[in-house]
Design a protein around this ligand. Structure first.
Ligand SMILES: CC(=O)N[C@H]1[C@@H](OP(=O)(O)OP(=O)(O)OC[C@H]2O[C@@H](n3ccc(=O)[nH]c3=O)[C@H](O)[C@@H]2O)O[C@H](CO)[C@@H](O)[C@@H]1O[C@H](C)C(=O)N[C@@H](C)C(=O)N[C@H](CCC(=O)O)C(=O)O
Ligand SMILES: Nc1ncnc2c1ncn2[C@@H]1O[C@H](COP(=O)(O)OP(=O)(O)OP(=O)(O)O)[C@@H](O)[C@H]1O
Ligand SMILES: N[C@H](CCC[C@H](N)C(=O)O)C(=O)O
Ligand SMILES: [Mg+2]
Length: 486
């Protein structure tokens, strides 16, 4: 494809002579002859340091800050080079699936995009989701490593999906992804906001800044005239609605305070819950086969996204009755020899841990036992908060390791324990902690293993010393429940 044709399609003024473009890369090691290289100033590296190497490798154009030095290739200069790069790259990867929606929020993004995908599929659409679990289609899940992949990977994934015949995609817009313009360019017809609570305050200076990063979804990413689906029962919902309105988006609210899908009541049942809702003034009963208020919130937001994209009302609500558990989100992994169910959940923020504990509480007649930890090289302030939530919500809390990365695991556990009342147990080795929880569980008890969900490894060390030791909470829970039974 010709560079000037890409500029024309993107509405960008050409910056020099025309050239043949063969691809886009943000890492100089992926540059081949004909590549457009995005040189960005990052947290660890300055991409501008690799411009010369990229040109040597054949880059025909470089998108970089106006101050960057570009010799031997066309310089597309912009104070926000990541955004310009996304705009220029989007037409190169066209066509992409025509119905593209995005979900942001602290918790519930992965669950919601996956539930949207399931509803679409049950309604007969060729659908996919992109997020923490990877790229999921009806056939498979392929990991990308990040929740919101880098822009070149994201666009390549979208165009690959379109070639496979996928027409509908729901993707997860993380705050990192939004603030780094990792997923813009293609037409996003609707965005959803699930909630906001403490996380990532290592990356964002304040909660307001964190919220502002998320709100780029409504402020800029969703197309003019697109829709905003907002979970209405969160402390930040009204602010999110205000952003959507200011932008002129069609606002669709969901929840007990929702104007479009109103949640009238929610009654836990053995393996799920009964939802009484009102949509367009009409009452409906939904037997949702997922437990926990948080899962009903995500399922209703997912239904909202499908509806604003023109989904049929009956097919959408009918599909909700057949949703299946999202990997690692209140996933029942095993039953202990004493009959206690063991659930694995991805709760790694105070709010999520509270939601996961609340989801299980109605199903506990004895003790609720929680195994959890907090990740290293991540927001430290959330650690005592997670400790407090577990201490208050669980009958027995066991603090263990969850991806210590470059930090001292014992120091992380101490920060978690600082928020906890006496009686909490500390078992650094995660396998041993799970063994203890399973051994402690009696009839009527429930075990919650929180923090890693679908993850397949324990991340130890950082930089050149980083290692990922294979670890899967579900497998270990099964092993422990099995070995105790023998
Ligand atoms: C803080 C953060 O988000 N970092 C991500 C970001 O880094 P960055 O833009 O700061 O880039 P950098 O590593 O400093 O490098 C700067 C530039 O130089 C380039 N470079 C670098 C070295 C080199 O030899 N050649 C080269 O060209 C890089 O490709 C990059 O464009 O872009 C990189 C390239 O895509 C990512 O690898 C990196 O993810 C790091 C590893 C990471 O851990 N990210 C996590 C925190 C993250 O993004 N998480 C969110 C989910 C959070 C949530 O909601 O829970 C996610 O969306 O996954
Ligand atoms: N709507 C919700 N409200 C509160 N907590 C939730 C909600 N949805 C999910 N959670 C909690 O957050 C955990 C992670 O859920 P999910 O993976 O869907 O969120 P996410 O936003 O994709 O997270 P991440 O930022 O890590 O990608 C769940 O396992 C659950 O404990
Ligand atoms: N997207 C989140 C995942 C955290 C998962 C948890 N297991 C941890 O390592 O803290 C992050 O990168 O902060
Ligand atoms: Mg996620």
């Amino acid at each position: 494809m010709k560079l000037n044709a890409l500029c024309a399609a993107a509405g960008i003024a050409p910056a020099g002579a025309d050239a043949n473009v063969t691809g886009f890369a943000i890492d100089h090691r992926k540059v081949a002859p004909g590549t457009v290289f995005g040189a960005f100033r990052g947290a660890r590296f300055n991409g501008e340091d690799y411009i010369a190497a990229a040109v040597k490798a054949g880059a025909v154009a470089v998108v970089a800050h106006p101050d960057a030095v570009v010799e031997g290739a066309i310089h597309f200069a912009d104070a926000e080079p990541r955004r310009l790069f996304a705009r220029l790259a989007a037409p190169f990867f066209a066509p992409v699936p025509e119905t593209l929606v995005a979900v942001t929020g602290t918790n519930g993004k992965t669950s919601t995009v996956e539930l949207v995908r399931q509803i679409w599929r049950m309604a007969g659409q060729r659908a996919a989701s992109i997020g923490t679990l990877g790229v999921t289609t009806s056939d498979e899940t392929v990991s990308t490593g990040l929740t919101t992949p880098d822009i070149a990977t994201f666009l390549a994934n979208l165009s690959g999906l379109a070639r496979e015949g996928v027409t509908h995609v729901a993707y997860e817009a993380s705050s990192h992804g939004l603030s780094q313009f990792r997923s813009e360019g293609p037409r996003v017809v609707a965005g959803a906001f699930t909630n906001l609570s403490r996380d990532h305050l290592d990356y964002h200076a304040t909660m307001d800044e964190y919220f502002t990063a998320k709100m780029r979804l409504f402020d800029e990413v969703v197309i003019d005239g697109g829709s905003a689906v907002v979970w209405a029962d969160d402390a930040w919902s009204d602010k999110a609605i205000a952003h959507a309105k200011a932008r002129g988006l069609k606002v669709f609210t969901v929840g007990a305070k929702g104007a479009d899908i109103r949640l009238v009541s929610r009654t836990p049942t053995g393996l799920g819950q009964k939802l009484e809702i009102e949509y367009l003034g009409k009452a409906r009963l939904i037997d949702l086969p997922l437990i926990g208020a948080y899962q009903s919130a995500n399922a209703l937001v997912a239904a909202g996204l499908v509806l604003v994209c023109g989904g049929d009302e009956h097919l959408t609500f009918d599909a909700m009755k057949r949703l299946v558990t999202v990997r690692g989100r209140i996933e029942r992994a095993a039953i202990t020899p004493s009959g206690a169910p063991v659930y694995v959940d991805y709760a790694h923020t105070p709010d999520a841990l509270e939601a996961a504990i609340a989801a299980l509480r109605p199903h506990v007649t004895g003790k609720l036992i929680t195994v959890f930890g907090a990740g290293g090289d991540r927001d430290q302030g959330k650690r005592p908060e997670m400790g407090r939530v577990a201490s208050e919500g669980a009958d027995l809390a066991i603090v263990t390791d969850d991806n210590p990365r470059g930090e001292d695991p014992a120091a992380i556990r101490a920060m978690v324990l600082a928020g906890m009342a006496a009686g909490a147990r500390e078992v650094g080795d995660r396998r041993e902690a799970i063994r203890l929880a399973v051994a402690e569980a009696g009839a009527g008890d429930v075990v919650l293993i929180a923090g890693k969900g679908h993850e397949q490894g324990q991340i130890i060390g950082s930089g050149d010393n980083m290692r990922v030791l294979p670890f899967d909470d579900v497998t270990v829970a099964r092993e422990m429940a099995g070995s105790l039974g023998r």
